[in-house]
Design a protein around this ligand. Structure first.
Ligand code: SF4
Length: 250
């Protein structure tokens, strides 16, 4: 039976009024094929910290684009070891070197949507083929695009759970500080929203915290595409025939 039919309307409404911890518990009890997508920014760190006492062995999907900040990669490796995370890493089908040789050295500036499609959307679509539901760190106050998100959403029979939907950046930092949660050192260098190194500026650039992402391109302050259903469907179809069904577990 598709997951959509397994969720009652009352459950969805109840989750809108629940705490992130209650939402995570509900999701972990309800879905066996469940994962959490982690960029290892402040929001995913909060979720991973909460999951340590709820479901520490949950699959953690990390998209290694090849363009991450060295600080981010080092932070991930450290946390993976210290928290014994079940990290499952997905990489693009082509290396950074191959992309730069065939599509240009700065595709992230000339056509960032294509770069994100290759390095983020296709790997995520491939990863999610193995799951009924996924957990994300999306919040409504991050961008204009995200202000209408619900805690529980369903698209193409895949359930997306956003436990932090109602939280603000202050809520996230309040949780990190009061629970002494480790965080990416780039925040202390002035970054407010973290993405790939070529597409992320430090500082506050606009009303929303993602305004420093893809600055100077048509995609400024926007979305990589993994949270846009039509983009995920497009790349999911493209990868469906060749993608392995199971995630390559470490
Ligand atoms: S964030 Fe930038 S570098 Fe990373 S995949 Fe997207 S366009 Fe490419």
């Amino acid at each position: 039976m598709p997951p959509l039919k397994e969720i009652r309307g009352e459950e969805i409404e109840l989750m809108e009024k629940s705490t992130p911890q209650e939402i995570l518990k509900w999701a972990c009890e309800k879905y066996r094929c469940l994962c959490v997508a982690a960029s290892f920014g402040k929001d995913s760190i909060v979720l991973l910290h909460m999951l340590r006492s709820i479901r520490p062995d949950l699959d953690v999907i990390y998209l290694n684009t090849g363009y991450d900040f060295p600080e981010t990669v080092e932070f991930i490796r450290k946390l993976e070891k210290e928290w014994k995370l079940k990290l499952i890493e997905f990489t693009p089908r082509i290396s950074v070197e191959e992309q730069e040789r065939t599509l240009g050295a700065d595709l992230y500036h000339t056509d960032p949507s294509r770069c994100c499609g290759i390095r983020k959307v296709e790997p995520m679509a491939r990863a999610l083929r193995n799951y009924d539901a996924w957990i994300t760190g999306l919040r409504r106050d991050e961008t204009e695009h995200r202000k209408g998100i619900r805690v529980v959403e369903v698209a193409d029979e895949l359930v997306k759970i956003n436990p932090l939907a109602a939280w603000t950046a202050d809520d996230v930092w309040g949780y990190i500080r009061s629970n002494n949660v480790p965080y990416n050192p780039l925040y202390d260098k002035g970054y407010v929203s973290l993405g790939c190194r070529p597409c992320t500026l430090a500082g506050t650039w606009g009303r929303f915290e993602r305004a420093g992402r893809w600055a100077g391109t048509t995609k400024v302050g926007g979305e990589c595409g993994i949270h846009i259903t039509s983009t995920m469907a497009e790349y999911g179809e493209a990868s469906a025939e060749t993608a392995p069904k199971r995630a390559p577990e470490k």
